[in-house]
Write a new protein. Structure first.
Length: 298
């Protein structure tokens, strides 16, 4: 099941952990990014995703580690995983964020499809549901947030992700290839579990993200499963852990912070409000890392 994977954005917070997970599964990766990745098993090709020509060239490049390898002949690519993006609002002007994220994703998918790479995974976001970067706090239409929800964001970052999902769907329709979008929750690196006690003390702090989180290593697992699962056409999957990032029961969080929001179905005691049921049922995702294994409670 070893695959040759072109990975964009592997030098970022989520990307470097997902890249390591994929390498540990035996895949060969080439990282496309604007800065190097400190990983001896993965070479970085400095690439601007907003330049279509660079993408076409990069996706047909030699994937090995060293320019003195016995053969530098490019080999067929099995999958493209696209994480490269401006990761949130307030880092660049809104129009520049939208340009890079929307145009970059178009370029990545277009190049992959025209080069015949039949598996493409793109990073979407929980922000598409319209809660995270809304101008003022707002209630969703229902909980848990699932892939059937009518996404309605107002910010430039989430809007770029919705456009990216539509772009992916259009290319899947025209090509018949598998293109999956992962709506990724708040990514938690292993060292960040030390933050959880502070969040427990202020349960309203993470209301905007509906207390969702995804361990960076579990995100690696979901990505790997998406690469290995064929024949689904265009799909969207939430990428979230099984529980919320709060030590309070889910029902208590809803009653205190989202009173009156209807439930689509009954929830478990601590069940996530960013539903991961589809990833579990369709891809076979099984959470390996919960904050309950790592966070020290006072």
């Amino acid at each position: 099941m070893s695959k040759r994977i072109i990975f964009t954005g592997g030098s970022g917070k989520a990307g470097r952990h997902v890249v390591q997970y994929l390498v540990d599964q035996g895949h060969q990766l080439l990282n496309l990014d604007i800065r190097p990745l400190d990983n001896p098993k993965v070479r970085t090709l400095i690439t601007d995703i907003t330049d279509s020509g660079q993408l076409f060239n990069a996706l047909t490049s030699y994937m090995g580690l060293h320019e003195f390898d016995p053969s530098l002949r490019p080999q067929p690519v099995d999958a493209v995983v696209h994480f490269a993006a401006i990761p949130r609002i307030m880092l660049t002007p809104d129009n520049e964020l939208f340009r890079i994220n929307a145009l970059g994703t178009y370029n990545v998918i277009e190049a992959a499809v025209k080069l015949g790479i039949r598996k493409i995974i793109i990073a979407s976001s929980e922000t598409t549901y319209g809660l995270v970067f809304a101008n003022e706090p707002r209630n969703p239409h229902y909980f848990p947030l699932d892939e059937d929800y009518d996404v309605d964001p107002m910010d430039s970052y989430a809007l770029s992700k919705v456009v990216n999902e539509k772009t992916a769907r259009a290319f899947a329709l025209r090509s018949g290839f598998d293109i999956y979008a992962l709506r990724i929750g708040n990514v938690i690196e292993p060292h960040e579990y030390e933050l959880f006690p502070k969040w427990f003390a202020d349960p309203g702090f993470r209301k905007r993200i509906a207390w969702s989180y995804i361990d960076a290593r579990d995100l690696g697992q979901i990505t790997d499963l998406a690469v290995k699962t064929d024949g689904l056409g265009y799909q969207v999957f939430n990428a979230a852990n099984d529980d919320t990032s709060s030590d309070l029961p889910t029902q208590e969080l809803l009653e205190r912070f989202y009173p009156g929001v209807p439930l689509k179905h009954e929830l478990g005691e601590f069940e996530t409000l960013l539903s991961n049921r589809k990833a579990k049922e369709v891809l076979g995702f099984q959470q390996k890392h919960s904050w309950r294994k790592y966070a020290v409670q006072d």
